[in-house]
Design a protein around this ligand. Sequence first.
Ligand SMILES: [Cu+2]
Length: 154
Amino acid sequence: MSAPTSSHAYGIGVIAVIVALSASVVFYTSFYLPESLAKPSVDEHVLHPVKETIIDMIPGSASPEQQDNFVPKLVNLQLGIDNQVIWTNSDDTPHTVTPDHRHMDSYSGDFGSPGVVKAGENYEFLFTEPQEVHYHCSPHPWMTGTIIVTKARF
Ligand SMILES: [Cu+2]
């Protein structure tokens, strides 16, 4: 007489396992997965680097005869050290920071100033992964710059 009872208990056990499994699948796909896709987890040191990197759009940048405009023109950044970049406009003309080709950082999103950076204003961007970006100023295409981001070397 013990056989029916144990098979009944077995049946309940199987159902419980199925319910638990499907509950975890539902939880994983509807809560955990969208959360992790929305924002990649980025190391605290990368989110809050030791120092900022300033790239200045120097006075006279609007002139094609002037050799220097984005200063410095080539910048090597290390994640967690100096990967927060601020473009300052010290010129008296509005400029832009525009990627040569559409460029995204998976945490910070689209790279490039949303409009012009007016005289005396800034544009900031946090680079959170190794990448190389070539950019220019859209009204003055002779103004060009390059950013290379690598992991910290120690
Ligand atoms: Cu410009």
